[in-house]
Design a protein around this ligand. Structure first.
Ligand code: NAG
Ligand code: NAG
Ligand code: NAG
Length: 191
């Protein structure tokens, strides 16, 4: 990592020698971007990388997702921010490269907290061509967003979902879930 003052830029080449790296936790590091050509997508060169935690940094969530969706070995991805965080789109981010994203077909658990999003298509930087993008997702943590009950009709895109956390969203009133989900597959549904 390189930085000046309290602001840090990620540099993938520092981690690539560790071919057996399974977990990378860089939460709360004030990361605002990355060195040119050394972004998160390069971590796909680590074949054993299963867990990445980048919570509480200052990079826009769409940028994070479209960079991290190259890492097909990922099983657990923790993203999130404090509400009212100001996000940065790094100047080194090339949005056209994200279109080729390989998907996160092995992802089991996704944290996407505090981004104040209200539609799941905010996760849509995941490849649309690859409908199987998150078919194995079992646990989805969406605390501190702005979802209302219409989210339940969107959850069909996660056929393996078992745990869902929607605490601190805008869900009020009756929730019509008939036919939307297989309730027996849910183990917990906190408020
Ligand atoms: C992040 O920034 C804050 C405020 O500028 C500073 O207090 C903190 O030490 C920084 N943390 C790191 C890991 O650099
Ligand atoms: C962005 O990526 C595309 C596709 O890889 C490439 O053609 C283009 O030159 C890149 N743009 C910049 C500014 O690097
Ligand atoms: C629920 O959220 C969706 C997506 O933002 C919005 O289109 C809809 O109007 C909202 N419905 C209510 C009852 O707030």
């Amino acid at each position: 990592m390189f930085g000046s003052g309290d602001v840090w830029r990620f540099n993938a080449s520092l981690f690539l020698p560790f071919k057996f790296l399974q977990l990378l936790s860089l939460s709360n590091r004030n990361i605002t971007g990355w060195t040119k050509n050394e972004g998160f997508s390069k971590l796909k060169q680590l074949p054993n990388l299963k867990v990445v935690d980048l919570q509480y940094n200052h990079i826009h969530p769409k940028v994070l997702l479209s960079s991290l969706c190259w890492i097909s070995s990922l099983e657990v991805l923790k993203l999130g921010a404090h509400v009212d965080t100001s996000f940065n789109v790094p100047t080194t981010y090339n949005s056209s490269t994200s279109k080729k994203c390989g998907g996160l077909t092995n992802l089991r658990k996704l944290w996407f907290e505090g981004y104040e999003i209200n539609i799941l298509s905010a996760l849509g930087k995941l490849p649309k061509s690859n409908a199987g993008g998150l078919t194995n997702l079992e646990k989805l943590i969406l605390n501190n967003n702005n979802f209302n009950s219409t989210i339940f009709s969107s959850l069909k895109i996660f056929p393996s979902l078992k745990h869902l956390n929607l605490a601190a969203n805008e869900i009020n009133g009756n929730i019509e879930m008939n036919g939307l989900l297989r309730p027996s597959s849910y183990q917990s549904l906190p408020h």
